[in-house]
Each structure stands twice: as C-alpha cells, then as structure tokens.
Design a protein around this ligand. Structure first.
Ligand code: ADP
Length: 445
C-alpha cells in the first residue's frame, strides 16, 4: 500500500476518546429526530401485516374520509397538512378504529407516521362527555411525552372538549383528587404512582392504552417492569397498542407481554446503498494535512451541501475553528449542545441556511439528514473499540432507494491503520474507493 510510508510517521495527537459522547442515548436521538422532522418519511417497501384473525378481511384506506372520523378530527388532520394516510397509517388506522377494538403492535422507522396514527385513534375513542381518563399513553421520557402531547393538541384543535393531562415528574398531585382530563400522557413511573399510590386514575376505565417507543422504553432501567405493572391493571376490554422504531428480540418479547392477541404491522426500513455514490480517499499525514486537503476541495464541495464527520468533539471543534479562521461559514453540531440547540442547527442545515455541517459520529448517529450530497469523513468511522464499522460507514454516505440522489464521499486517510480500514470498507461493500489528488480536482468537478 502506497499510503504507508509518510502516513506511518504521522503523529496522532488527538487521542482523546469520544467516551462521554457514547452516553448519547436513544431517547435523545428519538427526540432530535422528532424536532427536526417536518415531513413523513418516504418508504417504498411493502407493509407487512399479520392479522390476529387471518380470516377477517384486511382493510386499508387511501383517504382519511374513508375512516369516517368525527368532522372536528378530520378538520384537525387537514389543518396539520396531511392529505392522505402514510404507508403505515393505511393499514394501522382501520385496525385501530375498528369495532370491537383490536390490539396492535406496529414497527416502522422514525418519521413514518406512528405517533399521528395513535393520536388519531385516542382522540376518536374518547367520549368528551365523560370526565375521567379514558386514554393512557406512556412514553420513555418527559420530553418525548411533551412532543406527543403537542401532536394531541394540534390534531384535537377543533375538539376542545377533550382535555389532556401530563403524568410526568414534577407534576405534583394530591392523593385521591380524581383527574378529569380524558387523555393522560406520561412516563411509566409517574403513571404508576397516579394509578396505584395516588389513585388519581382508575386503570379499569382506560379504553385505549398506548405504549410508545418501546425500544427506547426498554433501554431505560425499570421502565419495562413499570409498564407491565400498568398494563396488568387495565381491564380485559382495553385496547392495547405498542409502537417501536426497531425490533430486536428484546423489544419483541416485551411487546408480546404488553399486548395480548395483537395484530402486527411492520414496515422495513428502506435499504441504503452505495450504488449512486462516488467514493474517494485522500492521502494525508496529519490533521493539518487533512485540513489543507479539505481547503483544496472546499470550493468543489460547497457547490452542494456537505457534512463533515470527525471522530471526537475535540477534533470537530478544532476543524470548525480552523475553517472559520479561513473565512468559511460552517455550522457545528456537537454533543456539548443541548438538544434544542442541536435541533436548531440541523434545521438550519436542512433548510439550506448552512452549507457545511461539522459533526461527530456519535452526535449524528441515528439522525436522518437526507439530501446531503457530499460527505467528508475527516476521520473514518470506527466502532467504540476502534474497529471498522460498516453500518456507520453505509449510514453516513449511503442513500435510500429511488429517492437517492447522486452523492460524493471523500475519506481522509492519515495512517497505515486508516488505510487498512478503508480497504475493509472497500472489500465489504465491493465498491471501489478511488484515490483523489486534491491538487488536481478535475475528477470530482
Ligand atoms: P413517527 O411517530 O413514526 O416518528 P410521526 O407521526 O411523528 O412519525 O410523523 C412524522 C412526521 O410526518 C410528522 O411531522 C407528522 O406531522 C408528519 N405526518 C404524519 N402523518 C402524516 C400524513 N399522513 N401526511 C403528511 N404528514 C404526516
């Protein structure tokens, strides 16, 4: 490998590990995805439906009218800008609104319309004349519960008789003072307290029980047991609904305990491919070298929007400062920022107000920023043990299905080790990664 010689002598003065960033949890990612999402995710895969009773007809709807919603809810749906049901909603909504009520386990990636679907189901089943909780939704965190609450408020805009209560930490309630709101949304611990200790909710009167973000839920110590304890207090006739973005075995086992006799709906994530991506590598010796290589191609990459990935916060901060010194406008997405700040940065980037976004791997993991046409791996993606991470490489630079535009990926290689890693990516995906001479850019222009 010709990379070796010079590179081997390169100093690696950025040895700090991204340890703190590893704590980045699923709940934060999920919240970020919610905050930055403005549209429903396109997905060309077929929805898989498994009916509890395979002999009953399978209903699906192509319009919201077919669902015979209450007029004030239909108005709310249109006010939100929804024209027709999303892919998962086509099947999930008729099931959730059927009489008698049916239980459902639904899995599809974030942004495919799950929340909107169960919010509509809850609002449809509520009797506003009755002044007690009838729908109960549990979420993994306070912030996620608030987000769902916002959707309930928006969709129920023309249905003001229906009221919402938050069962979340800090919401101090007196024992025995019954709650009048028809919909309660909260976190498992507080909901359990409200049902058992404080007796504010009569679980027997709940008609619809929703467990949202099951995969995030079970990642938190104690939430699984609390959820199951809540579920056991509900009456037999209560409709039980569970949603998850992913479905590992552990989520599946949990789902089956929470939802008896379920219908099951799954929508596979659209596969990412490198087919439409031109991949290059640049040989460098050290980070300063990588920086000047980046400056050389800067004009070419900023014709489009570019995302630059670094291994650590320290490196991302350094690079951002260097580029700013050169007079370039760059945005930095860092784990040091609070979620709202991060969402604001991503939103500016998505809206095209920023051309270049620098970030760390961990900070951007799990966040879907589509339509980026240039990706620079200032540092190659590695797993936490420092080994090649095929999945992250693909997720950073890959595109999905037929929505994928052509893209460009540039990998900065600064040692024999990183050259070896690059070669494993090349072999794994069986796609050539070409050498780029940054003093001669005819190739990429
Ligand atoms: P999920 O719960 O699967 O993450 P959401 O229900 O939050 O998905 O929907 C993702 C985004 O798509 C939200 O901005 C939501 O307002 C929007 N959305 C949901 N359903 C539809 C629809 N039928 N038509 C248009 N937009 C929709």
């Amino acid at each position: 490998l010709e990379a070796g010689d010079a590179a081997l002598h390169g100093t690696n003065d950025d040895v700090d590990q991204p340890e703190e960033e590893e704590k980045e949890d699923k709940a934060t990612q999920s919240l970020l995805n919610k905050l930055i999402r403005s549209n429903v995710v396109n997905n060309t895969n077929q929805v898989e439906v498994l009916q509890r009773d395979p002999n009953s007809p399978l209903y699906s709807v192509k319009t919201f009218e077919e669902l015979r919603l209450k007029p004030q809810l239909l108005k709310g749906v249109y006010e939100m800008g929804f024209n027709r049901p999303s892919k998962i909603q086509e099947n999930a909504l008729p099931m959730m609104l059927a009489e008698p009520p049916q239980n459902l386990i639904a899995q599809s990636q974030s942004g495919t319309g799950k929340t909107a679907a169960f919010v509509l189901a809850m609002l449809s089943h509520v009797d506003p004349g009755l002044k007690w909780p009838q729908c109960l939704c549990i979420s993994p965190t306070y912030e996620l519960a608030l987000q769902t609450g916002k959707v309930i408020a928006q969709m129920g805009k023309f249905y003001p008789e229906v009221k919402l209560a938050y069962a979340v930490r800090g919401h101090k309630m007196e024992r025995g003072v019954k709650i009048k709101e028809q919909i309660v949304i909260g976190t498992p611990g507080t909901v359990l307290d409200w049902c058992v200790k404080l007796k504010l909710i009569d679980p027997k009167k709940i008609k619809v029980f929703v467990l949202d973000e099951a995969d995030v839920m079970i990642a938190t110590q104690g939430h699984q047991d609390q959820s199951i304890r809540i579920q056991r207090m509900l009456s037999k006739g209560c409709q039980m609904l569970l949603f998850s973005a992913t479905f590992e075995d552990s989520v599946w086992k949990f789902a089956e305990r929470v939802v008896p006799d379920p219908n099951i709906i799954k929508l596979k994530r659209e596969e990412e491919t490198l087919d439409t991506i031109k991949q290059y590598y640049v040989l460098c010796n050290c980070k300063e070298d990588k920086f000047s290589a980046l400056c050389n191609i800067y004009g070419a990459i900023t014709i489009a929007q570019a995302m630059i990935f670094c291994h650590t916060r320290k490196m991302a901060n350094w690079l951002s400062a260097q580029l700013s010194k050169e007079g370039h406008q760059v945005a930095l997405l860092s784990g040091e920022m609070v979620v709202e700040q991060r969402a604001a940065v991503i939103e500016r980037f998505r809206d095209g107000k920023e051309k270049v976004l620098i970030t760390t791997n961990v900070c951007a993991r799990g966040i879907d920023v589509e339509q980026v046409s240039v990706v620079i791996n200032f540092d190659l993606p590695l797993d936490k043990d420092g080994n090649p991470d095929n999945e992250t490489y693909l997720h950073r630079i890959g595109r999905t299905g037929r929505f994928g535009k052509r893209g460009l990926a540039v990998n900065m290689v600064d040692s024999q080790r990183s050259m070896d890693i690059l070669k494993t990516y090349e072999r794994h995906f069986n796609k050539k990664i070409m050498r780029l001479d940054t003093d001669d850019l005819d190739e990429i222009e």
